[in-house]
Design a protein around this ligand. Structure first.
Ligand code: ATP
Length: 747
């Protein structure tokens, strides 16, 4: 190749590494000079010997650099480079001390020993059987991963995805991808059709092959699920898929028929329009519809003669007079197969749940309580004084004996044993979880769904609570009265104003809802930081980490959660020589940081460290907040304490499950409550700045809401009643099933 030079040297330090695209800036020791090299690499380690092909270029700011176009990692050969390589933390169980001892003992043969004679590792002081095993495993993994990275690099796939693929397929990664590159788009989250397609194209697959178009259409449907839809209209699906595949629309259209025939997708007529479902979601919607109808048709025969006396008793006990709708909700809960109770904050949902529990327990009925998130379940438990689980726990999601995959162990064959199941925060339940829940509820068990239908819909696909209400098939009690106690809170009063499209009352003296007018975005950012770090803690002793939560509609931009987290971290938990930290891409995790788990992990173990408790368990869930307790750079581990009591240990390669959480998006905050909510009021895409997003944010606060920015944006949000439409067929489907059954009965 003309003009390309080759240089070989040792990586001295990594200056920058972008985990998304592998872009690296590093210092290299080349012929006893320190030179800067840049290029796209798998994650390099300090101490590694690399050989690069590329060109010398002059960067306007940084001067001479070597821009690499291809690279080759050499196996370190000198004692010094082996020690440096091992000391870099690349292999779990080996840190600087162990690396030194190993090299002192085995010299230049150290790496050969790990690879070919691992039983000799225990000769080294400080390496026992267990540690040796850990080293061997980690080394093998490292080698396997390298191979996959190099293979994928040929097809333009970045190291970050290589890691994900390797986690999924292990040593079979290369074979699997060679056989069907499109599989990775289906199996690995974050790898879209585009990346798979890039690999396939580079492998020489025909762009108009059946294989490719089928994968493209399926992927176009997956994408619409990611936006919350259950189905998609034909025209739009064809347009999306044709754009994705860069083929004429007719080409896609021709394949749709074939895909329907082969059972890859489902065609339906909804509102006289041809629409398509992916099979899993079609089944889920069908099943939910059938089950809702079946359950709602089974009314309890029992006639509770003294029900009114019992309700009066509850009133007396709690020293309240129930409103007519509240009374009705309690009455309906005694015999309806399915009952929905919905209302905004302070309308008495918790009061009703407690009243129902009092009455049912007196009648010796078995009641189970659950909510979709860990936080919501915890709040339910606190508000009722009874056990409340996440829906996943209630349904015993996990590994059964000798099973490879996790599944819901409570289902049609092993239903929940209860007279009544009460689910709170149902607006957060998506179609798939609702299906699993309903499978585990047998006719005869009554289901009470409680929630606020005006909150943002579930993160996952569907609009289940709204659809069930709109079907008209299920009994719904809509609570609309705010009680006096709740009225004292401007948070509650304003939430209702916002929900009705009215202006909230701001800055009422001695109340709990404030607006700071600030003009520029930069000033909004500095005010938010100042409020969290100084003013609010001073004002009423709020703890910056435990009590105060910054919410933002957006992830990006100066007032998006990424930037907010960086600024808040800098102020609230700045770097310190005694605080260890670990950089992951652009994010630094530091001891003492506030973090959030961003996906459900049912297997990760926790240990209860609260006083006097000796409990262990499994599972940390999407939306759980914690504090980083310690980071072990030698072992490659990071420990987080959730809810001040659950200690969880993460391997560094699991850190994509965590995010800094000084600030989180409103979407991620669903189901959580905080003492204080602080939120910027600034420009953002109208799709995001909606009334129900503001309503959801405000209703997360218990003691104080502080909005910072310009009133104009507050007004814009209140006016923007655009509810992003979700294509779901559940409500019509429930009605259809009922009609079908009624017709059957008539025949
Ligand atoms: N019938 C009533 N008479 C007087 N006070 C009531 C009545 N019902 C509820 N309350 C009071 O109103 C307040 C709000 O009720 P509750 O907590 O049950 O509402 P909620 O809908 O669960 O609210 P949130 O969604 O905000 O938790 C409570 O202080 C409760 O004691």
């Amino acid at each position: 190749m003309s003009g390309l030079e080759r240089i070989t040297g040792q990586i001295v330090s990594i200056i920058y590494y972008n985990e998304h695209n592998g872009y690296t800036v590093a210092d290299m020791d080349w012929e006893e000079q320190l030179v800067t090299v840049v290029g796209f690499f798998p994650e390099l380690q300090e101490g590694e010997q690399v050989s690069l092909s590329g060109k010398w270029v002059t960067h306007p700011e940084y001067g001479m650099q070597f821009k690499a176009e291809s690279f080759h990692v050499e196996i370190p050969s000198s004692e010094e480079s082996i020690e440096k390589y091992l000391a870099s933390g690349v292999i779990k169980g080996i840190g600087p001390v162990t690396a030194k001892r190993m090299v002192r003992h085995f010299g230049k043969d150290t790496l050969d020993i790990i690879q070919f004679h691992p039983y000799r590792l225990t000769e080294v002081e400080g390496i026992g059987e267990k540690k040796a095993e850990q080293i061997i495993l980690s080394y093998e993994e490292q080698q396997g991963l390298r191979e996959v990275m190099l293979f994928l690099q040929n097809y333009g796939v970045t190291p970050r995805y290589a890691v994900k693929l390797y986690k999924k397929y292990g040593e079979k990664t290369i074979a699997t991808l060679k056989e069907n590159p499109y599989k990775m788009a289906e199996d690995v989250i974050g790898i879209g059709f585009k990346i798979a397609d890039q690999v396939a194209m580079n492998m020489g697959i025909d762009p108009r092959s059946n294989y490719r178009i089928t994968a493209g259409v399926k992927y176009a449907l997956y994408q619409v699920h990611n936006n919350g839809h259950i189905y998609y209209p034909e025209e739009q699906l064809i347009a999306n898929a044709a754009k994705l595949l860069e083929v004429p629309r007719e080409e896609v259209q021709n394949y749709l028929v074939d895909m329907v025939m082969k059972g890859h997708i489902k065609l339906e007529m909804i509102d006289e329009e041809r629409v398509y479902y992916s099979i899993a979601f079609y089944r889920a919607e069908e099943e939910v519809a059938w089950r809702i109808v079946a359950l709602s048709m089974t009314e309890s025969e029992e006639n509770i003669i003294d029900l009114q006396d019992k309700i009066n008793g509850v009133e007396k006990k709690n020293n309240i007079l129930l409103a007519a709708r509240q009374r009705q909700a309690i009455e309906e809960s005694m015999d309806k197969g399915v009952l929905v109770i919905t209302g905004g904050p302070g309308t008495g949902k918790t009061t009703i749940i407690n009243s129902i529990l009092d009455i049912l327990e007196e009648m010796d009925e078995e009641v189970l309580l659950a909510a979709p998130t860990g936080r919501a379940a915890k709040r339910m438990a606190e508000a009722t004084g009874r056990e409340a689980k996440t829906i996943h726990r209630l349904l015993e999601y996990g590994f059964a004996k000798e099973e490879e995959n996790q599944y819901f162990q409570k289902n049609e064959e092993a239903p929940l044993e209860a007279d009544v199941v009460i689910i709170d925060e149902v607006s957060m339940v998506d179609i798939l979880l609702m299906n699993h829940l309903l499978k585990a509820i047998q006719p005869g068990t009554r289901l009470i769904l409680v929630g606020d239908v005006d909150q943002l819909p579930s993160v996952g696909p569907g609009n289940v609570l709204k659809d069930i209400i709109e079907s008209g098939v299920v009994k719904v009690v809509q609570l609309n009265e705010i009680f006096r106690q709740a009225q004292e809170s401007m948070i509650v009063v304003n939430a209702h104003h916002i929900n009705k499209g009215e202006l909230p009352l701001l800055n009422v003296k001695n109340k709990d809802f404030f607006f700071h007018r600030i003009h520029t975005k930069e000033e909004v950012l500095s005010t938010l930081v100042d409020l969290c770090s100084t003013r609010l803690p001073k004002y009423k002793g709020f703890d910056p980490l435990q009590d105060i939560q910054v919410l933002s509609p957006m992830k990006k931009g100066i007032l998006g959660v990424h930037q907010l987290n960086q600024s808040l971290q800098e102020k609230l938990n700045s770097p310190h020589k005694n605080k260890k930290q670990k950089q992951m891409g652009e994010v630094i995790f530091r001891e003492g940081d506030k973090v959030m788990q961003i996906k459900n992990n049912y297997n990760i173990r926790w240990e209860n460290i609260a006083d006097g408790e000796e409990l262990k368990g499994e599972g940390v869930f999407n939306g759980d907040f914690g504090i980083i307790e310690s980071i072990d750079l030698e072992e490659g581990k990071l420990r987080v304490i959730f809810d001040e009591e659950k200690l969880v240990e993460y391997e560094f390669n699991q850190l994509d499950e965590l995010e800094l959480a000084y600030a989180v998006t409103v979407h991620k905050s669903q189901g959580s409550e905080f003492s204080v909510v602080v939120m910027p009021m600034s420009w953002g895409p109208p799709m995001l700045l909606t009334r129900n997003l503001l309503y959801t944010a405000v209703t997360r606060a218990k003691s104080l809401v502080v909005l910072v920015g310009l009133e104009k944006y507050l007004l814009d949000m209140i006016k923007n009643n655009h509810i992003n439409k979700r294509y779901t067929g559940l409500s019509q489907r429930i009605r259809d099933k009922l009609n079908f059954l009624l017709n059957e009965q008539e025949l």
